[in-house]
Write a protein that binds this ligand. Structure first.
Ligand SMILES: [Zn+2]
Length: 269
């Protein structure tokens, strides 16, 4: 948890529940369910509050649910500056998506605006190929379409990505590569030590990449159907389907290889 957000949440818990700081903990808060002064929270990482009367009460709540504004408004709270041009994107990737700082440099910050949208937002931009990129919005944008309907957009594609995939740069591909739909899922897997690539769409076969990866690699599919975006890569990994990584046409001749060199998706600065 970012220090500034932890400090904000800490102050709110002290004010709202009369918690008292003690060492690394907040204690003796008034439980909203049983009324006893048994409410506590981790003072350094106040993700949740819990009642100490585990069997007689058992109250617990997420501070994200209690104080959503303390965790949101990233565009306003962490604006990009000339010194920190990726600040909003870093805040989103680190705080909202939980990626470590090691993932910085795999993306850059962009900006999305639509003439009939309700707001502009910073984006996390993944470069896929020359003049082809995908942007995940830091905050969703409601757009009034030509037919009058309002749609909520969370991402934007620029250019044609058919045949391409995005892969974290400089990862070595050995026996296995995890294929997912979303760039952030691929980044999460890479941070967990797995080789991964994102196809950007469930119907996109990344032949431009896979034909050059090599015949001895194994492709492990992590299906992420529409509407299942909140499924973590870890949960998808519990039942992987292993498929031979072989493009249509004659089988490649030999060898493992590095995604860093052959895959256009990883030729990025
Ligand atoms: Zn209680």
């Amino acid at each position: 948890m970012r220090d500034d957000i932890a400090a904000d949440v800490r102050q709110r818990l002290i004010h709202d529940y009369k918690m008292r700081p003690r060492g690394d903990w907040l204690q003796r808060g008034t439980c909203p369910q049983c009324g006893e002064k048994e409410l506590y929270a981790n003072g350094t990482e106040p993700w949740a509050i819990r009642c100490g009367r585990l069997n007689k009460c058992g109250f617990e709540a997420s501070t994200k649910d209690l104080y959503p504004d303390a965790f949101g408004r990233l565009n306003e709270r962490y604006p990009a500056t000339s010194e920190k041009p990726n600040e909003t994107a870093h805040a989103y990737m680190g705080f909202v998506r939980g990626l470590p700082e090691a993932a910085r440099g795999w993306y850059r910050q962009g900006r999305f605006w639509h003439p009939t949208g309700d707001r502009a937002t910073a984006t996390v931009l993944f470069e896929i190929a020359p003049d082809v990129w995908m942007e995940r919005f830091v905050e969703p944008v409601r757009v009034k379409e030509d037919d009058g309907d309002v749609t909520v957009r969370k991402q934007h594609f620029h250019g044609k990505f058919k045949g391409f995939a995005w892969a974290p740069p400089k990862q070595r591909v050995g026996d296995e590569i995890w294929i997912v739909e979303g760039c952030i899922d691929a980044a999460s897997l890479a941070c967990a030590g797995l080789s991964a690539a994102a196809t950007l769409s469930a119907s996109n076969y990344p032949g431009t990449c896979s034909s050059e990866v090599g015949s001895t690699s194994t492709l492990a599919a992590c299906p992420t159907a529409p509407g299942s975006a909140k499924r973590s890569p870890a949960s998808a990994m519990r039942a992987p389907r292993h498929l031979p990584l072989r493009p249509p046409g004659p089988a490649p001749s030999s060898g493992t290889s590095s995604m860093a060199t052959p895959c256009p998706a990883s030729r990025r600065t």
